[in-house]
Structures are given as C-alpha cells and as structure tokens.
Ligand binder design. Structure first.
Ligand SMILES: Nc1ncnc2c1ncn2[C@@H]1O[C@H](COP(=O)(O)OP(=O)(O)OP(=O)(O)O)[C@@H](O)[C@H]1O
Ligand SMILES: [Mg+2]
Length: 623
C-alpha cells in the first residue's frame, strides 16, 4: 500500500512530532508535510497531491475554521481532521458542521490512527466510485455514438409510436430534422396503405413483446416513397413502454431484386421464343408470299379472301416480331439514323392508328438528331408507345412526341420522349410494366409484350428507357438513344423503294434448305424478270455457281451439309466476287466485322417479306 500523503497544519513542532509518531506506532505509513501558517497551508494545498489534512485549531493569527474554509475551497474531497487541545463543545460542533471530517482532542490521540484509516478508506472508495462513474459515462457516450452514427436509421419509439429519440441516418433517410421527427409519429410518416398494418404490428410489440421485422413504405419530407425494413425490439414493457427500431432503406435492394426477376423471366421467354420463332416466321413468309402470288390470278372475291389471309398472317408476324424483339432474336442493324426524319415519316402512320379524339404533337429538338439505331426497332418502339397511349386515353387526349438532349450527365444521347394525357399507372403497375406478359388489359386486348419489347430493343441499341407515370396524371416514356459521332451519314429513310414497272434482269442463285421458302422466293423473283436457280445447301450452290455465272447469291445461314458461311468462304477461295445476300434472324458478329460487309456482303433480317426481298435485290443489282 502506498504511503498516505498528509498535510499537517501545526505551529508547534512537538505537537507535530507527536502526531507523526502516533501514526507510525499505530502502523499508518504516512508521508507528512507540516506547515505552520495559513498562507503556507494554502500554497501547499494548491500544489496538491494530499490524501489527508490534519489541522490544529488554534493557530497564530488564525483559527482551525479558517483553515477548514481554505481546504474546502481548494480541496473539497480531501478528509479534514481537526486535532486540537481543549476547545469548547460549541466550537467542535461548528467545525464539524462546517465540513470537518472528524474532531480529535490532543489528549485522546489514540483516535487519530483509526480516523486516518477511515479517511483513507473513504478516499479509496470515492476513487473507486469516480472510476465506475467515469466508465459508465464513457459507455454511455459510446452507445450514444453508435446510435447517432449508425449507418442505418434507428429510433427509440414510445407506445404511441412517437419518436423519443432518432439518429442522423433516420433524419437523412426521411429528410426531417430531429425536432421535426419529435413532433411526428412513425404512423404519420408511413404510407397511407401501410399505416394500419404497421400500427397493428407495433401495438402487438408494445402489448405482448412480439417483435416486428417487415417491409413498409415511408413517405419522406420531399413526398417521396422509400421502402424500408423495420426491425424492432421491446426495451421496456408497459406502462411507459419503449422499443428500439432499426429502419433500413431497402429500395435499392428491391429494385435490384426485381431487375433480376425480370432478367430471369426474359431469359426463359427468350429461350421459348427462339425455339418457335424461326419456324413460325418461315411459315408466315410462305403464307404471305403465296397469298401475294395468288392475288394476281384469282377472281375479285378470291382476292378479298386472300387479303384476309394476308392480314391475319401480318398480325401473326407482328406478334412474332414483338417476341423476337425482346428475346434478342431480331437482327438489328445499328447505323446512323436521322430520328427527326424518321419521326416525320411516321407522323402519318401514327395519325392513322390513333383515333381523331387524340391530338398528336411533335416537338423535335434543334440540331443534329442522328443517332445510332435500327430504324425498324425505333418504329416498333414508337408504334407500341402510341398504342399504349391510345389505350390509356379512351376519351381522347394529347400524345406528345419530343426529341431532346438530356442533361449532359447522361452522356451523348438523344432522348425520344412520348407523353400521353391518359389515366396513368399506379405504383404496382409501373413496377411491372416492363415485365413480359404483364398486362392490365382485358383478354384479347393486350399480350403484355409491348413494354418488354421496348426495354429489350433499347438495351440492344445500347440505350435505356425510363417511365414516369402516376394515376390520373398521364405517362411519359423516355428512350435514350446514343448520338452518332459528328459527321456520320444518315441512312436514307424509306429503305424500300416502290416496285417499278421496268422488268428486271440478272441471274440469282438461291441457297435455302426450306422448300416452301425457296419456292416463294424463286416465284416472286421470276415474276419480276430475274433468272433464278436454286440449291438446298451450300455445297449444291457451290457446284451451280462454278458451272455458270451468277449476279447475286441469296443464301440462308443455317443449312445442312455446308452452311451459308462455309459456302461464302469457299466462293472467296475460288475468287468468285459475286454479291452475296445472307438472310438470317441472327447476324453473327464475325460477318458484321468483315471488311466486305456492306460492299459485296449484305444481310437481310429474317423474317423477310416480298416487298423487302424485292427492294433489297433491286438495291444490290441496281435494277
Ligand atoms: N401509356 C400508358 N398509360 C397507362 N398505362 C400504361 C401505358 N403504357 C403501358 N401501360 C401499362 O403497362 C402494361 C404493360 O404494357 P405493355 O405495352 O407491355 O402491354 P399491353 O399494352 O398490355 O399489351 P401489348 O402491348 O402486348 O398489346 C399495360 O397493360 C398498362 O397497364
Ligand atoms: Mg402495349
């Protein structure tokens, strides 16, 4: 045990020694500093470091009470023992009242050591208490720091759902200050549709201690909805119950989750589609081609029936196009495209599909509107948006089509925004609008493929699409297409030219394994005046072309024995530089990147129809 540090105020040296001896004989190890005057006492105390003060009562020019006052002023926690000769009981009582720890008469010094020991014990105990209090304070500060600085929202709730305490993350999440939250309740900031359930769950928490762990929507000060996960624990039961709640923003998590589900669905539908789309398309091409060939030869009534066949097959083709569009099986030709010109071209078409009660307004951006896109895809997108807008405005309204340069943060894009003044979508519909087969329309009216197709086509064109809508306030769908680099040449709009009366000439070799398709292509080309020879696969075609000159090859990509691509490479090996037109639903990347692409090597997306085929052949043969 360390030595007791004692400050002794005593003007008589023998008395001072008496006290020192007494402490030693009683076994109290003490280091005593003795001072004889009040000023010396004061300065010693001010220097500090003492555990115990012993003071005489009668001092030269002062008394014990004055010394006590100094001690209380400078070192209130150090025990003060008054050791003195006989003084009246009154003075002794006054000294104790003034704060002296004990009062010992010089002729009863045997009390000194126990008093000193007691004082020492008290000091030790007080120190212990101080340490404990300090530790508690530190603990509290740490807990407070954890609560206040926690990266997720935390609050202490009272049974009436008031915020007894909130942390900074919760304030940030909800956009309110601490004071503003203290004036509100959790129920008040909950989405109206979630309020009842949240209230019931929290009542069970406060009444029966049943913890809550569920997702709710809260409304921020800026009137935005955030989805949060609320997890609670009861801190104190009724009455005066309190619970702690963690409020975690899960909006982003939810968004990613639904994106994943969406992607998985697309994947599944995509696989399904690719299985049937190819064959289905070929069937439709044959039906349409034959109908067209027949229409020249039948009676007027027969022609009407054939037109009906044509219309039905066209609708089938539209459906397949949508399916292929979002399952990435439509071969897109991404090249410079003047969006302004395309919109001007489409204005008429749109006005035709929309009823007179819907006004169409165009507001093109000024400046270059050349984007890198696929004209057919953009037309499909616009057509679908217009149909959706029409369905949303059964009583009529306005359809506004705007092109604009979005804020530069989005990068070099041109946006195509289509706005209607229709009934809009609630949040549940909005969330699922891009989901394949999600529709709110009655059976037979919607397949739920339009928006899914738009999303996928925008992805494939390296763009993006956003929707804004709320019930009764209309809808805006905005598509962001990459701008073409300055100087890019726009593709001529209206790729297909009208058939000319002039009879065409030239020899065309068709390599196609599907007999009906081969037959239709041969028939329509012959009708135009071309000489047509056919092959059912690449190697047959190679034999034919080696035997006689040909002006153009039209070849399928996937064929038995020798594929279109192998056939093409074999021709190049023979140095036969004939123009080559591939027909395919997919466009292999190595074809597109070939230096011959666009000069002698061309692509025609499948499904083709008769006008497409004729236009493309005329373009390549310059007829
Ligand atoms: N402009 C709009 N206004 C209001 N609701 C819309 C709008 N566009 C889409 N929706 C909602 O999104 C759903 C999905 O649209 P989508 O175009 O994918 O399918 P659909 O129009 O129902 O059917 P489909 O386009 O295949 O004929 C619609 O059923 C509708 O509820
Ligand atoms: Mg639609």
């Amino acid at each position: 045990m360390s030595r007791l540090q004692v400050l002794h105020l005593e003007d008589s040296e023998p008395d001072g020694e008496l006290v020192a001896r007494r402490l030693t004989t009683e076994g109290v190890a003490a280091q005593i500093v003795r001072v004889a005057t009040l000023p010396a006492f004061r300065s010693a105390l001010a220097a500090g470091g003492f555990d115990l003060i012993i003071s005489d009562y009668s001092l030269p020019g002062a008394d014990g009470l004055q010394a006590l006052a100094v001690a209380i002023e400078l070192a209130p926690h150090i025990p003060f023992l008054m050791v003195t000769g006989t003084i009246g009981e009154e003075k002794a009582a006054a000294a104790l009242k003034a704060g002296a720890t004990d009062f010992i008469l010089k002729d009863r010094l045997e009390r000194l050591a126990p008093a000193a020991r007691r004082a020492l014990a008290e000091v030790a105990e007080r120190r212990q208490r101080q340490l404990a209090e300090e530790a508690l304070r530190q603990n509290e500060a740490q807990l407070r720091a954890v609560f206040d600085g926690a990266p997720i929202g935390m609050t202490i709730l009272t049974a009436d759902l008031g915020f007894a305490r909130v942390n900074a993350a919760l304030c940030r999440l909800l956009g309110y200050t601490v004071l503003e939250l203290h004036e509100r309740t959790l129920a008040a900031v909950a989405h109206t549709e979630d309020r009842k359930d949240l209230g019931q769950r929290l009542t069970r928490l406060f009444d029966d201690g049943v913890p809550v762990s569920a997702e709710y929507r809260l409304r921020t000060k800026a009137d935005e909805i955030v989805t949060v996960k609320i997890t609670t624990a009861l801190l104190r039961a009724q009455p005066d119950a309190q619970a702690v709640a963690m409020i975690e923003d899960v909006s982003e998590q939810k968004r990613l989750g639904s994106q994943l589900r969406q992607a998985q669905k697309m994947e599944a539908v995509g696989q399904l589609t690719s299985g049937i789309a190819h064959d289905f398309n070929n069937l439709l091409t044959v039906i349409l081609g034959c109908a067209e060939l027949l229409s020249d030869t039948v009676s007027p009534e027969g022609r009407e029936d054939l037109d009906a066949v044509g219309v039905a097959a066209e609708r089938g083709r539209e459906m397949i196009k949508k399916l292929m569009g979002f399952s990435r099986h439509m071969a897109l030709e991404l090249k410079p495209l003047d969006l302004g010109a395309l919109l001007a071209d489409m204005a008429n078409t749109l006005t035709r599909v929309l009823p007179a009660s819907i006004k169409v307004r165009f507001a093109p951006a000024t400046g270059s509107q050349v984007v890198i896109a696929d004209a057919g895809a953009v037309e499909q997108i616009l057509f679908n948006l217009a149909t959706n807008a029409r369905d949303a405005m059964p009583e009529g309204g306005t359809l506004t089509i705007v092109t604009r340069y979005p804020p530069t943060t989005r990068g070099p894009y041109l946006s195509l925004a289509v706005t209607d003044t229709g009934h809009g979508m609630d949040s549940a519909t909005l969330e699922r609008a891009f989901e394949p087969f999600f529709t709110t329309k009655p059976a037979g009216r919607g397949t739920g493929l339009g928006m899914a197709m738009i999303k996928s086509l925008m992805d494939q064109q390296h763009g993006s699409v956003t929707v804004e809508s709320s019930p009764g306030r209309g809808t805006t769908v905005e598509c962001f297409l990459p701008l073409a680099p300055a100087g890019a040449v726009r593709s001529p709009s209206g790729e297909w030219r009208a058939p000319t009366a002039v009879r065409a000439s030239g020899t065309i070799l068709i390599a196609e394994d599907e007999e009906p398709l081969r037959r239709v292509a041969k028939r329509v080309l012959e009708r135009e005046g071309y000489t047509v020879i056919v092959a059912t696969n690449g190697s047959e075609a190679l034999d034919l072309i080696r035997a006689r000159p040909v002006d153009l090859v039209i070849s399928d990509l996937m064929m038995p024995k020798m594929t279109g691509l192998e056939f093409y490479h074999a021709l190049r090996g023979d140095r036969i530089n004939v123009k080559f037109l591939f027909t395919s639903g997919h466009a292999p990347d190595d074809l597109r990147s070939s230096p011959e692409f666009g000069t002698i090597l061309h692509m025609m997306p499948k499904p083709w129809d008769v006008p497409h085929l004729l236009a493309k052949v005329r373009e390549l043969l310059g007829g």
